[in-house]
Ligand binder design. Sequence first.
Ligand SMILES: Cc1cc2nc3c(=O)[nH]c(=O)nc-3n(C[C@H](O)[C@H](O)[C@H](O)COP(=O)(O)O)c2cc1C
Length: 342
Amino acid sequence: MTPVSAQPDWRARHGGDLPVARLMYASQANVQGSIYAVMERIRASAVRHNEPAGVATALLYQSGWFVQWKEGAGEALLRIMHRVEADPRHHSLRIVHSSRGPRLLDGPWSTAVVHCNEAHADMAQRVDALRHELDNGRQYSPQTVWRRLSTPMRHPGAAPGAGPDAFQRVLICAAEGMGPFHLVHWLGRCQGEEVVHRRFAGAYEWDVGTDYVDFEEEGRVLRVIAMARHGLALPLTRAFIPDYSHVVLVLSGDPERDCPLFERVAQACVGQVATPTLLGLAPRASAHAGMGAMAQRCGLTYLAAECDSKDEKLQWQVLAPLLAGWQDAVNSSGWPVVPLRA
Ligand SMILES: Cc1cc2nc3c(=O)[nH]c(=O)nc-3n(C[C@H](O)[C@H](O)[C@H](O)COP(=O)(O)O)c2cc1C
């Protein structure tokens, strides 16, 4: 298995920030048996063909649908698309995004599988809505399209008329252990909300679990997303970094573990159009030593918080006020939606 650090030069080897064609489609899956086995076979083909052609791809399977996001030189991308279109494992392809601009995916492959209790028709409705907007000349960034299709906000507390993107998104990763996942599940239990489980993978990286929960607290709707730390290297995760208001780093107090987590987060922020505020949650103040300076060197904002307990309620009591401050700041300027960089 290739180490995670093999990824970052992919963009440089394929034209850097030169504009490429960016295409997204949704299609109805026609697969028998394990979806993981099918995704694995598609990944093997795609890594073989896409990588030499400089085409980056993210593929989602959810509720009987595939959604694919592709980026690359127009001709290479079309050549691959012609082959994919003819594949009997899906049908009824519908384009939901088409633009030119800098690469947003900086690695050849990402896979996402989402487990949820929605009907095939729910996804169909979201595809139709995006198509309708596209037909009327309105188009959103690939990240926004992906989020609207795969993980739309359903919470009834989402402000009516505020738009489907008007909620705060927070990513949380730990230097060790499963703390972020326990926090998301605790939030789900005490808010009475479903936790959505997803699995991601890259071309080379290990399988990554990520869970999220949506809930309303003190007049705002939040999505808190727990992710295993090695997920930060996935091209799909990196493409979504500008979508978050904060990345919470659950620190252990041991620099041997905490610094590598910081470095993974900082690496994921390199070259982004916007970066989230980093919020370190540590067992004691000394664990933040050096983090602020490192953040400053990387041009990132770092907030320090302490909680000397693994109790989720206590942790949330510390985190919530620091996350809420952000809402006041953006209310005047609008909610962050990853801009469509053309
Ligand atoms: C939803 C979906 C997405 C696919 N994406 C790709 C892709 O990005 N690149 C690729 O080469 N093949 C992709 N495939 C597989 C191709 O359709 C085709 O089976 C494969 O490229 C054949 O190459 P091989 O015979 O070398 O495996 C995809 C198939 C499906 C069903």
